[in-house]
Ligand binder design. Structure first.
Ligand SMILES: Cc1cc2nc3c(=O)[nH]c(=O)nc-3n(C[C@H](O)[C@H](O)[C@H](O)COP(=O)(O)OP(=O)(O)OC[C@H]3O[C@@H](n4cnc5c(N)ncnc54)[C@H](O)[C@@H]3O)c2cc1C
Length: 349
């Protein structure tokens, strides 16, 4: 064995880092290690639009099955917890480091049903309104003219606009950077490596992990938070079917800086979910007048083909459009306890 930790967290995305930070808050005496590759290729947390939508994701199917009802309940609980969670994160990382997260923390979503919305989007819009009314979620139907940053083309004008006051977004890249910083401040060790397998003691319990380079780390407890890779790791130690399959979701998005279009709104503007994928969404980012536009989510059992991580640098030119795939590369090195700069998007431009 090369190392020993009380808790090893496998995966350095938003979930792994959040779990590590929270354990460190509750039990500062524990030695906690977060293991994950520094570049975070294929990580969802740094590719996401990171909308904090619960009612904004309701469809006609949401409340039809106990499983989707349970997922909805988790989303509702998360909606209540986010403000407190972000406030605690700010306390951990300090005013200056928290500013990027706070700058991107938008408090409100406008869901648009326009003259070009299809039948499914229309039905989901109605389901959203009905669910918000039934469960007492603060919401109102507003006039399209009240939505800052909304300038529809003729022929695509909104028919109805639902304002969900409590649902906004965070900048996923800024959030992960802040979580890295919080982990560092709380003494969580970050190991830039990939876990190859889980180790088991003679009784069968998981006793540590083996890394790709052959190093082994013994652990009192191992937390799997490796995103889509988590399923294959769990399969090493759990009977088939013990946990639901982890599916890959690949999205295409662009980050843009608004030029000659007037200021962006401070909130999320989106359409309802439709046909198993998310609606079109425009999300403010931490940078001035920067925003994220996404629409797709292609679900597959294995990694989607046709996309490749491309380590390009963030564009500094005045070009307003910067196409990116869902792949991002983090600039954090996994060791230094200084606030990392915002990760650079990768993409095929
Ligand atoms: C394009 C896109 C848009 C999205 N938009 C939203 C949204 O608007 N709102 C929302 O709530 N959710 C959204 N999501 C979903 C959300 O991003 C994810 O649910 C969330 O980020 C998952 O976090 P995670 O930490 O579990 O996984 P990840 O962020 O994928 O992190 C897993 C980490 O584990 C590492 N890892 C993998 N294998 C190993 C290994 N063997 N050993 C060590 N480390 C390993 C990876 O490198 C990665 O860094 C979106 C997802 C995508 C892809």
């Amino acid at each position: 064995m090369r190392g020993m930790a009380d808790v090893v967290v496998v995966g350095n995305g938003a979930v792994g880092l959040s779990v590590a930070v929270e354990i460190a808050r509750r039990a500062p005496e524990l030695k906690i290690s977060v293991i994950g590759p520094a570049e975070r290729a294929r990580a969802a947390s740094v590719a996401a639009g990171a909308m904090l939508n619960c009612f904004g994701e309701v469809t006609t199917h949401t409340r039809r099955h106990p499983v989707s009802e349970a997922r909805f309940a988790v989303a509702r609980a998360a909606l209540d917890l986010w403000p407190r969670w972000l406030a605690a994160l700010e306390e951990d990382v300090g005013e200056a480091s928290a500013s990027a997260v706070r700058a991107s923390w938008s408090d409100g979503t406008f869901v648009i049903m326009s003259s070009s919305s299809g039948r499914i989007a229309g039905e989901n819009f109605e389901a959203m309104c009905a669910t918000a009314a039934e469960l007492g979620e603060p919401h109102e139907l507003v006039a399209p003219e009240q939505v800052d940053g909304l300038a529809p083309r003729l022929g695509h004008r909104p028919l109805r606009v639902l304002h969900l006051r409590r649902e906004g977004a965070v900048d996923g890249r800024a959030l992960v950077a802040a979580l890295e910083r919080a982990a560092c401040e709380r003494g969580v060790e970050r190991v830039p490596a990939t876990v190859r397998s889980l180790l088991r003691a003679s009784g069968g319990a998981v006793s540590g992990v083996e890394l790709e380079d052959g190093r082994r780390v013994a652990a009192g407890a191992v937390v799997l938070a490796a995103g889509v890779a988590g399923g294959a790791l769990a399969d090493q130690v759990l009977p088939p079917g013990a946990v639901p399959p982890m599916l890959h979701g690949t999205g295409l998005a662009v980050t843009v800086k608004r030029v000659n279009t007037g200021p962006r709104g401070p909130h999320v503007i989106r359409t309802p979910n439709r046909a198993g994928t998310c609606g079109l969404h425009v999300v403010p980012l931490a940078g001035e007048d920067e925003q994220y536009i996404g629409a797709t989510n292609v679900i597959t059992f294995g990694p989607a083909t046709g996309f490749a991580p491309h380590p390009s640098r963030r564009s500094t030119s005045a070009r307003p459009w910067r196409p990116t795939t869902g792949w991002w590369r983090s600039s954090t090195d996994g060791h230094a306890c200084s606030t990392p700069s915002r990760p650079a998007p990768t993409g095929r431009s």
